[in-house]
Design a protein around this ligand. Structure first.
Ligand code: ATP
Ligand code: MG
Length: 266
């Protein structure tokens, strides 16, 4: 069953209230929708994901997942961290099966883990240990561990950052197909604007210091959203312009308003 996400008036600070990390963030995501979040390093993207995952409580405001306050981690909402740790003493397939164990699934764990490893292209490394894999392969194991539990919500923090273009493109398609098959609500942080357009039905552009939602762009491109297809370059340009404005970069020459309305704090 897919579930919605509502981020309502979320503000947060770590060191001091005078130095807020997030400031008045409002964002709604329908059940089964996908959202890309882009923004400069340090703008609070990972902090926001941790809040949706129920791992961190905002100082003010609240995050609701499926209508319930996200007060604690839930095995049906799965997060893949920016630096996901694999257990070095477990084989690849056991690392993936661990996701199922955490979710309380007893039967058929190895078979399900192997099937997911197949989908991320790593079935042949099932019995290797993580330290014998490349960084990109380790990322794919962490991704498989997140997806294997058929979560209702999946939160991915730069899941493809260590991958080559072709592997990345295959995995983007694979994740989108799993998400569509199972009606998963997806939030994905990325630094890659092409990826934001490929993955997100909506794209949130953040400002930094304090972290705010500069605007939310509705992705008008029909799936499959691939570079080179009609409409892709326009969406990417629109996103790039919004990103430039969000950075308030004096070197940015593009001060035009975007073609499509950008809903602030939608
Ligand atoms: N536990 C913490 N204690 C203190 N400050 C923190 C903590 N976690 C994050 N911060 C600070 O909050 C700000 C936002 O951090 P966050 O990790 O959310 O950024 P980000 O947008 O994910 O950046 P990046 O793109 O580099 O991953 C940063 O200035 C960071 O130093
Ligand atoms: Mg981050």
């Amino acid at each position: 069953m897919s579930i919605n996400i509502r981020i309502a008036g979320v503000s947060h600070w770590f060191a001091s209230p005078e130095d807020p990390v997030l400031d008045g963030v409002n964002l709604n995501l329908d059940a089964g929708q996908t959202l890309s979040i882009v923004g400069e390093s340090g703008c609070g993207k990972s902090t926001l994901l941790h809040m949706i995952a129920g791992m961190l409580q905002p100082r003010t405001g609240r995050v609701y997942v499926g209508g319930q306050p996200a007060l604690a981690p839930n095995p049906r909402w799965n997060i893949m961290f920016q630096r996901s740790a694999l257990y070095p003493w477990l084989t690849v397939v056991k690392n993936v099966a661990l996701g199922l164990e955490f979710a309380g699934i007893r039967k058929g764990r190895r078979a399900r883990a192997l099937a997911m490893l197949e989908r991320v292209g790593l079935a042949d490394r099932a019995d290797a240990h993580p330290q014998d894999l490349s960084g990109g392969q380790q990322q794919r194991v962490a991704l498989a561990r997140s997806l294997v539990v058929s979560p209702s919500v999946i939160l991915l923090d730069e899941p493809f950052s260590a991958l080559d273009t072709f592997t990345r493109s295959d995995l983007q398609a694979e994740v989108l197909s799993i998400v569509a098959e199972q009606g998963i609500t997806l939030v994905q942080v990325t630094h890659d604007l092409d990826e934001a357009v490929i993955m997100g039905d909506r794209i949130a552009v953040m400002e930094r210091h304090p972290g705010r939602i500069h605007g939310v762009i509705e992705n008008r491109m029909p799936a499959p959203r691939q570079p080179g297809r009609p409409g892709f370059a326009e969406m990417r340009d629109e996103l790039l312009a919004a990103f430039g404005r969000a950075r308030r970069n004096p070197l940015s020459t593009d001060t035009r308003p975007s073609q499509a309305p950008v809903a602030v704090n939608a």
